[in-house]
Write a protein that binds this ligand. Structure first.
Ligand SMILES: [Zn+2]
Length: 451
């Protein structure tokens, strides 16, 4: 791809003081409906870097021009292309105000005009003019720190992945190496794409560990080496980027909502079936975090009261019967030799009878756990991601059967259960989405170009 210099407004605010780590999650904003802008206002103040007060900051006089830019940029973040009439409808602003704001944003290089191809059969007339974000007006970095890898992507302003690389690594006991690797990947992403550093709007970090409401890791028993580690501080110090932190399952639901199978859905459960099992949930358009930020730990729901001890300290958790390491352990005991999770994947792909039986039993256990979730939350869509989805029908059929058997038909009649369309990219793309969702407030502060 050809990289070129991006037009910048004068005196860019993107070159501000050192970014401040945002410890308050912005998750609730990410799921808000375009038609209900006020839904996210209650949290927006806590989610924008201190160094960049927004137009609606309670400590700042309201700047209507900035507010208009926020609304227009928000509408164009939620929909890839809109006409001016649609912008008027979606922002609630006067037509003249939309026109003025759009002209300013085009002049600042943040919005561009596009045209919609004429529908088949339309032989005359001018194609309608649409407006969209200028993709190269800014960039986001997504970072996925799993138990066995560190992965980084760099995206443009509309979420297209421009750079993507993963390093296999044993992460749980060695945060130093993991963070060093992350910084190296970030430096390479910026260097190899040529993205201007001052146009990288932030870093989203998705991690395979519970994250509390203050953005602190709850690593005890999950990622033991990370107890007391503050990756947001570390990465901010070493990259100069504002860092947003999210649990990997919540990153998954954000990615599916923005890029994947759950677009246009407002009640979603994203279930991640990997060595860690967790759920990200969107209820009535808002990500459900719980009072401590720990909602969705479905992997530690007891499904076998007399089952194996779990790393969390409980017994018979879903993770002990339905995670790939648990299934590999079953085969290891049965066959009297060590079966790795990599070999398990190969066996599943090859249709090995024992491996598929283990997957079917796992699907049954997942269905039992999901039945509780469905009865409580009444979702319209369950998106299943993670390593185990390669098993396909061997996983999904028993899962659907047990879920249906253990739920009321009122809750399952319209429920869809689908495989993730993002595959193993969901976590890292959701981490980048954390940054991208802050784009309207961030870029609304871009000053108009010099006359
Ligand atoms: Zn557990």
């Amino acid at each position: 791809m050809i990289w070129h210099t991006i037009r910048r407004g004068t005196g860019s605010h993107l070159n501000g003081p050192r970014p401040v780590v945002e410890r308050d999650s912005i998750l609730t904003r990410l799921s808000f409906s375009p038609a209900s802008h006020d839904c996210y206002r209650e949290r927006v103040h806590a989610t924008v870097p201190d160094t960049q007060a927004t137009a609606d900051s309670p400590d700042s006089p309201i700047n209507l021009a900035s507010l208009g830019r926020v609304r227009v940029l928000r509408a164009l973040t939620d929909r890839p292309a809109l006409s001016r009439a649609e912008l008027v409808q979606r922002t609630g602003l006067a037509r003249a105000t939309v026109g003025s704001v759009v002209d300013d944003l085009i002049a600042a290089g943040l919005v561009r005009k596009t045209t919609e191809p004429l529908a088949a059969g339309a032989r005359t007339g001018r194609p309608p003019q649409l407006l969209s974000l200028e993709p190269l007006a800014g960039y986001a970095i997504g970072l996925d720190v799993g138990h066995d890898h560190v992965r980084a992507i760099l995206t443009d302003l509309v979420g297209t992945t421009l750079w993507d690389e993963s390093v296999a690594l044993s992460v749980d006991g060695d945060p130093r190496t993991a963070l060093d690797t992350a910084v190296q990947l970030i430096d390479r992403a910026v260097g190899e794409t040529g993205a201007p550093r001052d146009r990288v709007l932030g870093l989203g970090l998705g991690i395979a560990c519970p994250v509390d409401a203050n953005g602190e890791l709850y690593a005890d028993g999950i990622m033991p080496g990370w107890v007391g580690v503050r990756p947001t501080d570390e990465l901010t110090d070493r990259t100069g980027l504002a860092v947003r932190l999210v649990n990997d399952a919540n990153a998954g639901v954000l990615a599916e909502r923005r890029f994947g199978a759950a677009r246009a859905c407002t009640n979603i459960v994203y279930l991640r079936l990997s060595s860690g099992i967790g759920a990200g949930m969107v209820c009535d358009g808002r990500v459900l975090l719980g009072c401590g930020g720990f909602a969705g730990e479905i992997g530690h729901v007891t499904v076998e009261p007399h089952g194996d001890l779990c790393r969390c300290g409980n017994r018979g958790c879903l993770e002990t019967v339905a995670s790939p390491p648990a299934l590999a352990g079953l085969l290891s005991r049965s066959w009297g030799r060590t079966v790795s999770t990599a070999e398990l994947a190969d066996l599943i792909r090859a249709g090995d009878r024992g491996a598929l039986r283990a997957v079917e039993d796992a699907g049954d256990a997942v269905g039992r756990a999901l039945a509780f979730t469905v009865m409580l939350l009444n979702p319209e869509l369950i998106v299943v991601g993670g390593d185990l989805v390669i098993a396909g029908a061997s996983l999904f059929e028993p899962m659907r059967r047990t879920l249906t058997r253990n739920s009321m038909s009122s809750h399952t009649r319209r429920l869809r259960i689908v495989s993730s369309t993002l595959g193993d990219s969901a976590g890292v793309r959701g981490a980048a989405a954390l940054v991208l969702d802050g784009v309207p407030e961030r870029l609304a502060l871009e000053p108009p170009p010099a006359a």
